[in-house]
Design a protein around this ligand. Structure first.
Ligand code: GLY
Length: 284
């Protein structure tokens, strides 16, 4: 049964409440998941993930595309990747600059001989493909930077299952903010984004923690090998908690079951929405 789950990151609930942005998050996520579901039904899982992530990248309240965080040198470098169970081709961009939708370039790379590009060559590839120069900085982000890097881990992601049982997972991020220029996020690695025939996962949180545990690839492998998605997520989250790691994720299996998980118990929540054409779930 087709289903779509999307996320806008892992947030401190206090910070959300203080900034009075629950409604804005809710509206953006619900509008995106509903539009994304139409694309899922009419075209398929990969087109749906591309469409939903593009929408989230274009919404400046999320830390991906427009509104991405700045690295320590005040430059925005973005990362994005996607993979689907039909092609089994992971493609992505790492630390690309001055483009509107990093996920589009990640998608274009799936047709090339080499599927992952980083830094200036990634940006140069985008230009060769006719992708226009774009400044993803917004004034709110500038303010955020000047306020000493207020914590916000709002990577965006989507996992979709279509009527042909194809699962696609994608993730896009502006990083964690104030990181060393050139630091590599989990999002465009198989630790942050992965899908195979039985499940797909998109992660959010501290990339170093996600990479240390190979979170997305590990969960998907566990499901491929016989665990239920919920069991695989629980086990991986428990392992993350043993290390006091800070991450969260969304997942979807080939039966259409969705899971939202996080290592932190209280105070933090993943903001997400899921929609299967009938049932809508969302937080906030
Ligand atoms: N999860 C996003 C990052 O660490 O860059």
């Amino acid at each position: 049964m087709p289903n779509l789950i999307i996320h806008g990151g892992l947030f401190n609930l206090d910070a959300i409440q203080k900034r009075h942005i629950e409604e804005r998050f809710h509206e953006a996520l619900v509008a995106t998941v509903k539009q994304g579901f139409d694309v899922l039904q009419s075209v398929g899982a990969r087109a749906c993930v591309l469409h939903t992530i593009r929408m989230l990248e274009d919404e400046p309240i999320f830390n991906a595309g427009t509104g991405s965080k700045m690295q320590l040198d005040k430059k925005i470098r973005m990362s994005a990747a996607l993979i689907d169970s039909q092609t089994n081709c992971f493609s992505g961009v790492i630390n690309i600059q001055r483009v509107k939708n990093p996920i589009e370039i990640a998608n274009l790379l799936s047709r090339e001989k080499h599927h992952i590009l980083a830094d200036e060559p990634a940006t140069a590839y985008a230009r060769q493909q006719g992708i226009m120069e774009y400044d993803p900085t917004v004034s709110e982000q500038q303010t955020w930077y000047e306020q000493n890097c207020l914590q916000k881990f709002s990577t965006v992601g989507a996992v979709a299952l279509d009527q042909n049982n194809i699962i696609c997972a994608g993730t896009s991020t502006g990083g964690i903010g104030c990181e060393l220029p050139g630091r590599v996020s989990d999002s465009a690695t198989v630790a942050g984004t992965y899908a195979a025939s039985k499940a797909g996962i998109s992660c959010t949180g501290i990339g170093e923690h996600i990479i240390n545990q190979a979170v997305a690839a590990k969960i998907v492998t566990r499901v491929q090998d016989g665990m239920t998605l919920q069991q695989a997520v629980n086990k991986t989250i428990d392992e993350g908690r043993e290390h006091q790691y800070y991450f969260g994720l969304i997942g979807l299996d080939v039966e259409g079951n969705t899971v939202v998980g996080k290592t932190l118990r209280e105070d933090f929540a993943i903001i997400y929405a899921s929609y299967d054409g009938e049932k809508l779930a969302a937080f906030p």
